[in-house]
Write a protein that binds this ligand. Structure first.
Ligand code: HSE
Length: 297
């Protein structure tokens, strides 16, 4: 009647795949306890870590839970305890982790009536509360694991991509806040055809690299000529972090989701640790507080 779940942080976009590509971090995430109760409805009884609303209708985990509850219509309700480790607004899918955690746990307690795509659909309702737009590139990897590609949002179609062995992500989170809505607002509505060509060739080659364990091709696919030139201006020392990451052996480095976090993809833990240290050295010279962590994918 009760389940404790881990809901992972995720990196959306993965440089070239704005709004479609994402991957899941193995070891960073929120925890939640979900419990069946006789009292109908969704009741958030505990929130630790960050100050978030207890009313289900105003809480991301609550909204996705309500969407599932309305569809399942059981003669009982659920209590949620939320232990938030991922800072909201950090760029590693904090709201998605909340939205996914509640529906994943409820589905288990209901006897798994819903598949992963249906869970993604419910979680998108919660995500929409946080970001005012429907994108699933953080939710899909949190539910499916590894790398995912959101082929279409309506109707929802998620492709789970293979994850080559020994891939690690280094994340630096500069402690500044960038709202997803703001970092979407600065993007151009139209892009040059030549940039579009570069971008879709990189998405294609990145997917091919994942299927063929081709780390060198993966590395050459991790560029973004559409979004990063605009958003990187919002992230202090982005270019220095990228330079340090690449000089120390990272396969690629880009903005995680809508920022301010920056991710670097690395082959092997020892390279990841070296990259993490080099990135720490960059930010240690600045006044901005930050956190760096390494996770396998
Ligand atoms: N794809 C979204 C964006 C992710 O970059 O705006 C937001 O977390």
């Amino acid at each position: 009647n009760e389940i404790k779940i881990f809901s992972p942080a995720t990196v959306a976009n993965v440089s070239c795949g704005f709004d479609v590509l994402g991957f899941c971090l193995d070891t960073i995430g929120d925890e939640m306890i979900i419990r069946k109760t006789n009292k109908k409805g969704i009741h958030i009884t505990k929130i630790e870590g960050y100050d978030l609303p207890f009313e289900a209708e105003k809480n991301v985990a609550g909204v996705s839970a309500l969407a599932m509850l309305e569809d399942a219509n059981p003669d009982f309700g659920f209590e949620l305890e939320i232990y938030k480790n991922i800072k909201p607004g950090s760029g590693v899918g904090s709201s998605s982790a909340s939205a996914v955690g509640s529906v994943f746990g409820m589905n288990e307690l209901l006897g798994k009536p819903y598949n992963k795509t249906q869970l993604t659909n419910f979680a998108m309702k919660g995500e929409a509360l946080a970001s005012q737009c429907e994108h699933a590139d953080n939710i899909a990897p949190a539910i499916f694991g590894g790398f995912t590609l959101v082929k279409s949002v309506a109707p929802l179609e998620v492709l789970q991509l293979p994850t080559p062995k020994d891939l690690f992500a280094v994340i630096i989170h500069p402690q500044i806040e960038i709202k997803t809505s703001e970092s979407r607002a600065i993007l151009p509505k139209q892009i040059a055809l030549q940039d579009a060509i570069t971008q879709w060739s990189n998405v294609g080659s990145l997917v091919h690299a994942l299927h063929t364990n081709d780390y060198e091709l993966l590395s050459r696919s991790l560029t973004d000529v559409v979004v990063e030139p605009h958003r990187s201006q919002l992230i202090p020392h982005f270019k220095d972090v990228r330079k340090a990451a690449l000089e120390n052996g990272a396969l690629g480095c880009g903005i995680s989701g809508s920022g301010p976090s920056i991710f670097s993809l690395c082959y092997g833990n020892s390279t990841a640790q070296k990259v993490a240290q080099a990135i720490k050295n960059v930010y240690s010279k600045t006044e901005i507080p930050f956190e760096v962590y390494v996770s396998e994918i």
